[in-house]
Design a binder for this molecule. Structure first.
Ligand SMILES: *Cc1c(COP(=O)(O)O)cnc(C)c1O
Length: 233
């Protein structure tokens, strides 16, 4: 068994245990393997171990990797998620090559993704990134501006608004980790109560996976616990 295979199994066990702890079905939490900075060989190893969904942050690196992986395993349907910050001049290749985008925080970016999604492809799945750590982080829509942004994005034709995403400030303590995830879930429940059909909470990374699942994560984005330490981020 490769290291990546063993790591994937270990992460799946953490997911299963955390889900059961929260009274949730382990299958209600999807594992997104964050392969940024790692080569396509690492992705292929994960594919051989059964992993199908991958997250990338850097566009050019991602496009090269998507092409190399598709050439190596053309018969295996994979799901590619763009999870990094999005510059408005880079939306077209994102709309063309990805299935999901997790860090949408502005209407203008969403409009461009919708306009540039190629005809004949399924709608692009979208999560809105919310700034739940306040001053500490500059990324993400504020909770106050979220409802209006969500309504506008949900109305765009070639997108499917699936839910919310957040990257809280790192905290070592489990209870401290839970608090921002609980806030994100409250915002999500409020949008659903207001009539938006959302089904995704993208939250939790290698270091705070369990807290995120206990608070309702439906996608966890895990990099280093699967692929090892990154030499740049
Ligand atoms: C890098 C990254 C991850 C994975 O982080 P790890 O700590 O390696 O698990 C998850 N989400 C986003 C948005 C990232 O940029």
């Amino acid at each position: 068994m490769s290291t990546i295979d063993a790591n994937l199994q270990a992460v799946q066990q953490i997911i299963g245990a955390a889900a059961r702890e929260a009274g949730r079905a382990p299958r209600s939490v999807a594992l997104l393997a964050v392969s940024k900075t790692f080569g396509f060989e690492a992705v292929l190893e994960a594919v051989r171990a059964g992993q199908r969904a991958f997250g990338e942050n850097y566009l050019q690196e991602a496009l090269d990797k998507i092409a190399a992986v598709a050439a190596a395993v053309p018969e295996t349907p994979l799901e590619w998620h763009f999870i990094g910050p999005i510059q408005s001049n880079k939306t077209r290749p994102i709309a063309q090559h990805f299935d999901w985008v997790h860090a949408v925080e502005r209407e203008k970016i969403a409009q461009r993704l919708s306009e540039q999604r190629p005809a004949g492809m399924a709608p692009l799945n979208i999560c809105l990134q919310v700034n739940i750590s306040g001053e500490a982080s500059k990324s993400g829509v504020t909770p106050a501006e979220l409802p209006e942004l969500a309504r506008r994005v949900a109305a765009l034709p070639n997108l499917k608004l699936r839910g919310l995403m957040a990257i809280p400030e790192p905290e070592a303590n489990f209870e401290a980790q839970r608090a921002p995830f609980a806030r994100l879930r409250q915002l999500y429940e409020q949008l659903r109560a207001d009539g938006l059909e959302l089904d995704t909470l993208s939250m939790g990374m290698s270091a705070d996976l369990r807290a995120a699942i206990v608070e309702g994560a439906t996608i966890v984005r895990v990099g280093s616990a699967i692929f090892g330490a990154r030499h740049y981020s």
